[in-house]
Ligand binder design. Structure first.
Ligand code: FAD
Length: 393
């Protein structure tokens, strides 16, 4: 069997390597990552790891011996810089080149940066990796006030942790409600109240003029004239796919590496998996790019099967979660495009769910401290879309 090389040693890359071996792939297998750590899970970064409840080893996806035991040549601290498709060779930053039979791109995303005036000051950070969080924790321990730009999952999770450390926390959001892109008004309203009750200053409809400070950042000046004091400013406004390696090699790219249901790019010898990919979902009748553990794992399994010769057509029912204080938000399906919602249960009891309907069909459910509803929703939404169960099938 020809060598498989995987670029990106994160959730999806590690899963692809494991699934290839489990599926019987016996050829040479290399996993290249530009971070110093073995493959690790990112969700706890903005939760328990930031809080100091767990150490970095608890983040590792596999024990270090896993790679040698499974004859996976894991190469950390090494960045891939170019692909020569005609020679099927990968160029590494350290000058080495590697030949591949099949190449899997699992390069993930990077935190989106905001080019605000003053954003280049020390004390302005983003959060994506273990080293980002190590730096943030060191700074947090010395500062009393944190400003977070962006009320998405990561921003709100960090807000909750920083508050539990006794910090003054301000969250600055351009939209009129938190997590607007992904949840409905009742869910946003619940989280607005939750954070306000915990002492977070949540500024909605806010626009930022500049980041202030002589040298180190000292605050965020808003368009209404107010300055939010902050010795640490976290920019948490989403992520952008690491698709430049693919783009540089002339592969089809459109805010993500374009892949088909087998995870194949526009080059039949190159596949892509995880956060860096965009694919057409028959289920949602549009192209989607997911940023979730579910997608990283399931798409990597599909690609491994495909490389091993199976006929696969990956079209997942997405699911996701976020932990803030003692609240667990779980999302089944994608709610975008919904035209109706039903709220079941009492938000005031910290336990309810919201069902999203589109043209009368259930497309997604957000569950708040209601894990059984979440599991049920995943089953029901998945089943509803099976063609053989449709009335006219
Ligand atoms: P990644 O895990 O990002 O791995 C990609 C790896 O490739 C990185 O190590 C990167 O450095 C490396 N790389 C990139 N380019 C190169 C190159 N040229 N050469 C070599 N290496 C390269 N998902 C959930 O479902 N639930 C959550 O609660 C949740 N919370 C999250 C909290 C945070 C703070 C973050 C950052 C993410 C969270 N996610 C969550 C998302 C989830 O972690 C990602 O969807 C998942 O990690 C994607 O896996 P991946 O392998 O595609 O990318």
């Amino acid at each position: 069997q020809e060598e498989v090389v995987i670029v990106g040693a994160g959730q999806a890359g590690a899963q692809a390597a494991q699934s290839l071996r489990q599926g019987g792939f016996e050829g040479p297998l290399r996993l290249i990552g530009d971070e110093p750590h073995p493959p690790y899970q990112r969700p706890p970064l903005s939760k328990k790891y930031l809080a100091g409840d767990i150490g970095s080893e608890a983040l590792w996806l596999r024990p270090p011996a896993f790679f040698s035991t499974n004859a996976i040549d894991f190469i950390p601290n090494t960045r891939a810089t170019a692909i020569d498709r005609s020679k099927k060779r990968l160029q590494l930053e350290n000058g080495d080149t590697l030949s591949y039979g099949k190449l899997i791109l699992a390069t993930g995303t990077n935190a989106r940066w905001l080019p605000l005036p003053g954003a280049d000051k020390p004390g302005v950070v983003t959060l994506r990796s273990i080293s980002d969080v190590d730096a943030i924790r060191a700074k947090l321990s010395e500062c009393s006030a944190l400003a977070i730009i962006g009320a998405g999952y990561i921003g709100l999770e960090v807000a909750a942790v920083a508050k539990s450390m006794g910090k003054r926390v301000t969250v600055i959001e351009a939209q009129d409600r938190p997590m607007k892109r992904v949840v409905s008004t009742p869910v946003s309203d619940f989280f607005t109240k939750l954070h306000q009750n915990n002492g977070i200053d949540l500024k909605l409809n806010a626009s930022i003029e500049t980041l202030e400070g002589d040298g180190h950042v000292t605050g965020v000046r808003l368009a209404d004239g107010e300055t939010v004091p902050a010795e640490l400013v976290l920019i948490a406004v989403g992520a952008i796919p690491n698709d430049d390696l693919a783009h540089g090699a002339g592969l089809d790219v459109d805010n993500g590496v374009l892949v088909d249901g087998a995870g194949q790019t526009s080059d039949p010898y190159i596949y892509a998996v995880g956060d860096c990919t965009r694919f057409y979902s028959t289920r949602y009748e549009r192209s989607i790019r997911m940023e979730s553990v579910q997608n990283a794992i399931d798409q990597a399994k599909a690609v491994a099967q495909s490389i091993l010769g199976a006929d696969v057509d990956y079209d997942p029912l997405p699911w996701f979660w976020s932990d803030q204080y003692d609240i667990k938000l779980q999302i089944a399906g994608l709610s975008e495009g919904y035209d109706d919602t039903i709220v079941v249960g009492e938000p005031d009891d910290n336990k309810f769910y919201v069902a999203y309907l589109k043209a009368g069909q259930l497309i997604a459910v957000d569950s708040i401290n209601a894990p059984r509803s979440h599991m049920m929703a995943r089953r029901v939404i998945g089943e509803l879309w099976r063609d053989d169960l449709l009335p006219d099938a």
